[in-house]
Design a protein around this ligand. Structure first.
Ligand SMILES: CCCCC/C=C\C/C=C\CCCCCCCC(=O)SCCNC(=O)CCNC(=O)[C@H](O)C(C)(C)COP(=O)(O)OP(=O)(O)OC[C@H]1O[C@@H](n2cnc3c(N)ncnc32)[C@H](O)[C@@H]1OP(=O)(O)O
Ligand SMILES: CCCCCCCC/C=C\CCCCCCCC(=O)OC[C@@H](O)COP(=O)(O)O
Length: 217
């Protein structure tokens, strides 16, 4: 119900979604879906392609946003405390079991926060641990940059087109916790390349973007 309501918002805001690779979602069974997260506008992009039986991981503060929090709670959003890694890890290991028991898909924003600076932030590892723990397929989804039509700092919000791509699933069967760092890095590199391609922007070296905090790809 919520997806159908939110999907109508694009007409109000003059946004158009051009989706490629949706057929990649046509794989049975539980999975983890990771995507980039630029703004609250992502809720429209999420609902545009949301598969059935898919819940999202959200920060626990969202639970206290009145009716919106209640809707999220009823919709099955899994709330985590980002300030406590041990608490978030405990919640997420329970999620791996539920995914398998109830055939559920889980959508995670691995940047862990909104980021509208025209690049991807370094990824947190929770989503990748989750996929490995559940031995489930991992899907990566990219939304092109919003910066040409939406920039709160410049008070810019005009109509625009968002290109979306669902990439081929990545199998995690046989992977263990030791493989998570490598899996995270591989997904980050692929998603960043795809993000720049969809956005029509040039790839900048990681070191200059993140002040050398990230290792070279
Ligand atoms: C008409 C009205 C309409 C109204 C519409 C209303 C509602 C719409 C309905 C629904 C839509 C809902 C959409 C919700 C969107 C919500 C968006 C968000 O809130 S994004 C923010 C929250 N999400 C996240 O933070 C997820 C990403 N974060 C992570 O995955 C993190 O890893 C973490 C689990 C939170 C932990 O964070 P930390 O900062 O500690 O990061 P690290 O990744 O560096 O981890 C540290 C350390 O721990 C190891 N680790 C991490 N996770 C695990 C694990 N699960 N198991 C084992 N180990 C784990 C990790 O490897 C690191 O160790 P090491 O460095 O040694 O490798
Ligand atoms: C100005 C344009 C506003 C347009 C809004 C259009 C779309 C609205 C659709 C549904 C409305 C309510 C859903 C609220 C969900 C909010 C999800 C979100 O974006 O949470 C922030 C969280 O990830 C990270 O938080 P921080 O970036 O760390 O803090």
């Amino acid at each position: 119900i919520i997806a159908n309501i939110v999907k109508t918002f694009k007409y109000i805001y003059g946004l158009r979604f051009e989706v490629q690779g949706l057929e990649n979602f046509e794989v049975e069974g539980p999975c983890v879906i990771v995507s980039n997260h630029q703004s609250i506008l992502d809720m429209m992009g999420l609902m545009e392609i949301l598969p059935d039986d898919c819940v999202q991981i959200g920060k626990k503060e969202l639970l206290y946003t009145g009716p919106v929090g209640l809707i999220m709670y009823l919709g099955g959003v899994i709330f985590i405390n980002r300030k406590s890694t041990s608490n978030a890890k405990t919640v997420m290991s329970g999620v791996a079991q539920t995914m398998l028991d109830e055939n559920v898909k889980v959508w995670v924003y691995p940047e862990g926060t909104r980021n509208g600076n025209g690049d991807l932030l370094p990824f947190k590892k929770g989503a990748f641990h989750l996929a490995v723990q559940a031995q489930a397929n991992l899907f990566t989804v990219l939304y092109s940059s919003f910066t040409s039509f939406y920039n709160p700092a410049k008070k810019l919000f005009i109509s625009g087109k968002i290109r979306v791509e669902v990439l081929q699933p990545i199998e995690t069967k046989g992977l263990t916790a030791e493989d998570v760092a490598d899996l995270t890095e591989r997904c980050y590199c692929t998603m960043r390349e795809t993000f720049f391609r969809l956005s029509g922007t040039a790839r900048e070296p990681l070191a200059s973007r993140h002040n050398g905090l990230l290792p070279d790809p």
